[in-house]
Each structure stands twice: as structure tokens, then as C-alpha cells.
Design a protein around this ligand. Sequence first.
Ligand SMILES: [Zn+2]
Length: 281
Amino acid sequence: MPEGQVSHRNARDLRATLVGERLTLVEVVHPMLEPKRLRERLEGDLVTGAQARGKHHLLRTEPGRTLVSHLKMSGQWRVQPVTRPARRAGLFLRLVGERHQALLYRCPTVRLLEPWEPLPPAIARLGPDLLADGVAGGPAAASALRRVDPDRAVGEVLLDQRVLAGIGNAYKNETCFLAGVSPWRPVESLTEAECHALGEIAADLMSAGVEHGGPIGTYVPPGIGAGARVGTKWVHGRANRPCRRCGEPIRSRGQGDDNRTAYWCPTCQPDGASGAGGRPA
Ligand SMILES: [Zn+2]
């Protein structure tokens, strides 16, 4: 599933290629997008910017329109030269510029905002994005975590896009492990240092994901000791397998209203106050 780092990588690729180009052709391939009249409204616009806000993509054009997309579980943006034929399977939308084309696959969640339309509430309400320019992960997480209901569980709060934008389930699980924090602990039990560590680690993992590409599992965890390699995951998806640090079987259980699976090591991430955790050197 695409997480925030995928959105940021997409935005970076779109900025590097399509920004400054005029859309000479907008091809609406999937019937689900037809009622949105994207071709009539977008064709001829000049692409002026691309941005990620959490898992939302914003493509901005002159005269002030914004194409908002959310990739959900299986969507994908690709950018390639106009000379290379687009893969048609799963293609929903094709934006053709002068030299590059942007291809949107398997994504029905698209909205085109006219200049006078505000961003949808889901975006306007997003918490700080750990990968946004000028956001420091540690302080941003600490101040965001201080504002939530203190009884809520850490694992659930890290997925709440209104608290922090862009963290998906896999990064939540890996972040909690690396911070030595059980996803089941109430937020009020976190020390200031733990709040900072959660934000810093999540930001590190996500920015490594932007650099190395691919969804979770193909990043190189930074600053992590022997045994870490591309694709290494510490706990996510490893239920009942031995912890890479202590050998204890990894546990898993659905958490929160959305029942997203939490994976954790009961030894490295104790349920009580911290003590056994800490980032591996
Ligand atoms: Zn362990």
C-alpha cells in the first residue's frame, strides 16, 4: 500500500519532469473519471507545481486549478517521456505534456478543483507532514502527540492523519519497534524523548523510502546495525517469527477502529513504561 513517502517521491518526479510543460492532451481512460470533465477543464493548462500532503497528491496548474488524487491501496503515478508508449492495463488517466506524460493507474479518487474551490476537508485537516520542507520530525511529533486524547494507543494515533500526515501501517510498526515503544501504550505514558524519537525515526524511514523507491520493504533503514539491508523489516508482516534483536516471537493483533494490524516484539517493546527499548546502535 502506498505510504506518505510514495506520495513525496511521486511529487518530486512530477516536479522534475512535468512542471513547466503545457498539457497538450488529457486522456480520460477509465469511465469512472468521465463525469469529472477533466479533459475539458485541464487541457491547455500549464503545470506549475506538484506537492504531496500526507498521502494526497496535488498537481497545480495555471490558471490556478489543482488536481487532487489519493492512491488508496493500489493506485500509482508514473512519469515517462511522451515518446514511450503508455502501459494501458489499469490506466485511469493520462496527462500529456510537451516532453513528458504523467500516467495514473488504478486510482478512482481524483478531484479537480477550480481556483476558487478550497482544498477538501480531509486535506485541510491533515496534521504536520513529516517530510514537508521545514518540518523537523522530532519536535513536530512531540507537539502533535501532546494534543491528542491521552488515553489513545500510540499505534492508532500514529496512523491518524489528522495528527501526523503520511505515516502508513508498515512505517508505524517499524517506527514503534525502533523507538522501543509498544503500539498499545497510551499516548500519555510516552516520555518527551520517546515522542521525539517516534517522529525522528518515522521521518528517517520515510525519507529513506523517498530516496530508495518502492513501497515499504525496499528502503535501507538508516543508522541501523548489522543485519539491516534493503527490504529488511523488523516486525511488520513478521507475526510469530523471531525478533531480529532478541529472538522473541513477534506478535500481531488488529488495532483501532480500522483494525489495522499492529506487529510488535513484547520484549523490545514492553507494554509498561519504557526501559527495554532504544534504537539499535
Ligand atoms: Zn525483540
